[in-house]
Design a protein. Structure first.
Length: 249
């Protein structure tokens, strides 16, 4: 019998014991039956909600591992963004999310070339002692359920072979590449992008519309134009004509 079957059997046995105690207390069978039905549906609703929250973490691992695998597939930006949002949802709903979630998110941000967010998540994994699983000694109920499912998958890989393969692949990448990805993201953040040509040479990029801007620079104003010459008086013109006629005669 699998661990999940044993867990269900223990819960069913506990319910039978509670019902037997209620009958011994003299409570009418109809009330016991009605209460049992109500409690069953409440328990199922809570159990489904808890399972959904835990399953969301492993679904995130599966989807992220597909993107981070070294293969020839090219992923669209919106596909990577959707998986990133899955991981962010896990972080927002768990106060002590597993360190593997932080690494996976950091690697996805690095793949999306969002290096500020990548450095933030990867630094938590590489440089923060709280990211070491050995230091998580007071788990939340969410983390305890997650670890329970993880250990069951590790002991019985046949229950989720793709999930456990994705987890192992991400763990190997965490050990081998976390520090390298962090250093690369910080190096990319530290680089100052070169200025565009138009910004580096604004005078060459803008046309000179002002005619004065095309003139050579001088400290003195240009010389004023010479005034036009006045024509000679009419008497001098007539005298010159008269003398010319006398010479020709």
């Amino acid at each position: 019998m699998s661990s999940k079957g044993r867990e269900a059997g223990h819960k069913a046995l506990a319910l039978i014991v509670i019902l037997a105690l209620l009958m011994l207390m003299g409570i009418p069978p109809t009330v016991i039956f009605f209460s049992a039905i109500v409690l069953y549906f409440i328990w199922r609703a809570v159990d489904r909600s808890e399972q959904h929250e835990t399953r969301r973490i492993f679904d995130f691992y599966l989807n992220a591992n597909e993107i981070l695998r070294e293969d020839e597939r090219r992923w669209f930006g919106f596909e990577i963004r959707e998986v990133i949002e899955q991981g962010e949802t896990v972080l927002h709903t768990m106060k002590d999310a597993p360190p593997l979630v932080y690494f996976t998110l950091g690697a996805l941000y690095h793949r999306a070339e969002e290096h500020a967010e990548a450095a933030e998540h990867l630094a938590y994994v590489v440089e923060n002692d709280a990211a070491d699983e050995r230091h998580l000694v007071a788990p939340s109920p969410e983390l305890r359920r997650y670890v329970g499912v993880l250990r069951r998958l590790e002991h019985e890989p046949a229950e989720g072979p793709q999930t456990i393969a994705a987890i192992r692949s991400l763990e190997r990448a965490r050990r081998a590449r976390a520090a390298t990805l962090l250093a690369d993201s910080r190096a990319r953040l530290g680089r100052t992008p070169a200025l565009p040509h138009a910004e580096a040479h604004p005078a060459a990029a803008k046309p000179l519309h002002d005619a004065s801007a095309r003139l050579p620079f001088t400290t003195q104003p240009p010389p004023a134009p010479a005034p036009p010459s006045m024509p000679p008086p009419i008497t001098e013109v007539l005298r010159d004509v008269y003398e010319e006629e006398k010479k020709t005669a």
